[in-house]
Write a protein that binds this ligand. Structure first.
Ligand code: PMT
Length: 415
């Protein structure tokens, strides 16, 4: 539970869309106001089928905004002002329909227009039937919104008003209050990397053999994506160049999706100049020479021989890119024995400032798992970090990078 004292004086614009969970939003208004937040409410036409404007008005002690074209609303408060005079916009319940309209950038009622016009952070509390929530369309809309920085609380699993069971129930009012408090707490965290640009690579590469087959590896992208998110959380402007993964794009990052090592190199070069570059991707060292334009077929003879050729080394290329070289270049080293020794040599060979070494021997689950045990190797020594979640590795690395820039700001040198 976060400290709710942080809510005092905060201005919340609450968008209540049409769902049975709208009744919980009345409770949400009360809980927010008890904690000193002020709440302005937009009630959609469908929302007004579930709660009355009068109840919302009584609880907010203010006007309930309903109509984009209402002269009264427009003269008292235009939708632009309404969307800007808030510290946070909360959509609860966020229906499948409203999420779809938000993702499409529509402005067909007051709620959608305010959400399109706002320059403030947006938190959504989805509420809908389980099939609607799990539908690829809703999931794609939510992923798109998340990539644009929209945060989410819930939905929870449970019995639903429609008689089904599963994810789709709106988070409870106190969970939403907690998420709002967490949002403001995170905002008050200092942003030591504000003004810095960072490039991060993540995930595997796929090297095509023919139009349907490829060579890949077991990287999930968890470590690299977590690093991109952690740097963004400290205020860096992050470009993530991601190989094929099953992960959603991390919040607050610009993401370029690529497949092969050569595409990754092109995307990385396009992201320069940056101050920071972290290479966590598991880039294929080789690709197939003489890629077949047609699907290779069994012809009753010996299987086809795949001739391999070396891929460009992205880390080494960028570390050696002269004037374009980021001030801090951090490589990773995936080793299966003598981890620190080999990683030290790799640091020198590839020309990076730091290298994060991890053991990828069979049984470690470093590839694909949720945890990692790494060694941070710098010119002046090695730090052995205990095994921890990949998120924790990422935030410790981001903190170390921030400390480095804090230090170099004054000392003007790389440790
Ligand atoms: O994705 P996860 O499942 O979370 O797993 C995380 C991880 C194990 C993939 C990650 O922690 C990791 O170790 N990434 C680097 C994997 C790797 O390819 O290591 P390497 O020792 O082969 O390469 C050394 C460095 O050179 C790496 O920074 C790599 O990104 C870079 N490289 C390698 C080859 C190449 N052609 N271009 C490169 O830039």
């Amino acid at each position: 539970m976060h400290d709710h004292a942080i809510l005092a004086g905060k201005r919340i614009l609450l968008v209540i869309a049409g769902g049975i969970a709208a009744y919980k939003s009345l409770e949400l208004i009360r809980r927010l106001r008890e904690r000193g937040a002020s709440v302005r409410a937009i009630l959609t036409k469908a929302g007004a089928q579930f709660v009355t404007p009068l109840s919302v008005q009584a609880l907010t002690e203010g006007t309930v905004y309903q109509d984009l074209w209402s002269l009264t609303d427009e003269s008292e408060m235009g939708h632009i002002r309404l969307s800007r005079e808030a510290d946070l916009v909360v959509v609860a319940p966020a229906t499948a329909n409203l999420l779809a309209r938000m993702a499409a950038g529509m402005a067909d009622d007051l709620a959608a227009t305010a959400l399109l016009a706002t320059d403030k952070p947006v938190l959504v509390a989805p509420a809908m039937n389980v099939r609607m929530w799990l539908h690829p369309a809703t999931q794609a809309n939510m992923a798109l919104l998340a990539a644009r920085g929209v945060t989410r609380v819930g939905p929870n699993d449970g019995d639903m008003a429609c008689g089904e069971f599963g994810p789709g129930r709106m988070a409870e009012p106190m969970e939403i209050v907690d998420a709002i408090a967490a949002h403001f707490a995170a905002q008050s965290v200092p942003k030591p990397l504000a003004g810095k640009r960072a490039l991060v690579t993540s995930g595997p590469t796929h090297e095509p053999i023919d139009p349907v087959r490829y060579i890949a590896n077991r990287s999930s992208g968890k470590q690299g994506h977590a690093i991109a998110a952690a740097l963004a959380a400290l205020g860096a402007e992050v470009t993530l160049v991601a190989g094929p993964t099953r992960l959603p794009d991390p919040p607050g990052c610009a993401v370029t999706h690529i497949e092969s090592a050569r595409e990754m190199l092109t995307a990385c070069m396009a992201a320069l100049p940056t101050d920071i570059a972290v290479f966590a991707a598991a880039v294929a060292d080789w690709r197939v020479k003489g890629l077949s334009e047609r699907k290779l077929k069994k012809d009753g003879n010996a299987p086809p021989a795949l001739e391999l050729t070396e891929n460009p080394d992205i880390l080494a290329t960028i570390a050696g890119s002269g004037a374009l070289r980021p001030a801090l270049v951090v490589g990773f080293a995936a080793e299966t024995g003598d981890v620190v020794e080999y990683a030290r040599a790799k640091r020198a060979r590839k020309g990076c400032d730091w290298i994060v070494a991890n053991d990828v021997s069979p049984g470690t689950t470093t590839f694909g798992g949720d945890d990692n045990a790494v060694h941070l190797i710098r010119a002046d020594g090695v730090e052995d970090w205990p095994r921890m979640g990949k998120d924790a590795v990422a935030s410790r690395l981001a903190d170390t990078i921030a400390a480095h820039f804090g230090a170099t700001h004054f000392q003007g040198k790389t440790p």
